[in-house]
Design a protein around this ligand. Structure first.
Ligand code: PXP
Length: 248
């Protein structure tokens, strides 16, 4: 069954906009879990623009499903991850000026450093996933550095229109097939919403989708619990279709 990881950074972004103590991302995480989220995702950025160190510690104590920490390979952040021990770490590229993560990690180029970080995290029992573009050379390099999972970057697909959207979808499907063939677990995320999630949710090998912005945006109108239930519904509907296809 396809899983949903909910990224709660955007709750912390709202809190930080007024430097208040609310809305509390930990309370939000609890509500996400009660409403059907299979994991909680947060990104401790070097500039601490949303999630703070204290949030991460509190999340570690309160998350009952799976805590997935998005993180760069920066030494300070790696040290924190080794101390806090999330269930999973997803390595992402990070640039100070970006609005959100832009593109996947270049595992081919930074193979040596990534390999070192993967090993350190795994030594502490942390499952490692690498957020990469749907390219075979990046998938192969991810396997070579020993990651258990990749998370395919769906941002280009989400932003594309017309024929290029179909082209991007084909690239993602091909990437899934290749990753599965070389025994990597496959997750996906970035820019997914209630409409564009359908074709991605239908790809059989994907285990988990990580979604944040569209859910938190919808929660302004329908509440967080309902926003999650609606996303699960959109995914489950497609999940049934993919199960049906697999049985044909
Ligand atoms: N996966 C990764 C690796 C991300 O960096 C993000 C954004 O924080 C997401 C998934 C979720 O993206 P969105 O907020 O666009 O749903």
């Amino acid at each position: 069954m396809l899983k949903l990881g909910v990224n709660i950074d955007h709750i912390a972004t709202l809190r930080q906009a007024r430097l208040e103590s609310f809305p509390d991302p930990i309370k939000a995480a609890r509500m996400c879990e009660i409403s059907g989220a299979d994991s909680i995702v947060c990104h401790l950025r070097k500039d601490r623009r949303h999630i703070q160190d204290k949030d991460l510690l509190r999340l570690r104590k309160s998350v009952k499903t799976k805590l997935n920490l998005e993180m760069s390979t920066d030494d300070e952040i790696v040290k924190i991850a080794l101390r806090v021990r999330p269930d999973q770490a997803t390595l992402v590229p990070e640039k100070r000026q970006e609005l959100t993560t832009e593109g996947g990690l270049d595992v081919v180029k930074y193979k040596k450093n990534i390999s070192r970080v993967v090993e350190k995290l795994q030594c502490k029992g942390i499952i490692v996933s690498l957020f990469i573009d749907p390219k075979n050379n990046q998938i192969k390099a991810s396997q070579e550095v020993g990651a258990e999972y990749i998370e395919l970057h769906t941002g280009t697909y989400a932003n594309a229109t017309g024929a290029s959207k179909n082209r991007e979808l084909r690239r993602i499907k091909q990437a899934c097939t290749y990753a599965h063939k070389i025994d990597l677990g496959v997750n996906a995320g970035h820019g997914l919403d209630y409409i564009n999630v359908g074709p991605i949710a239908r790809i059989p090998v994907i285990e988990e989708l990580n979604i944040g912005f569209s859910i938190v945006a919808a929660s302004v109108f329908v509440g967080l619990g309902e926003a999650i239930r609606q996303m699960k519904q959109a995914m489950v509907h497609m999940d049934k279709l993919r199960a049906k296809r697999a049985n044909l």
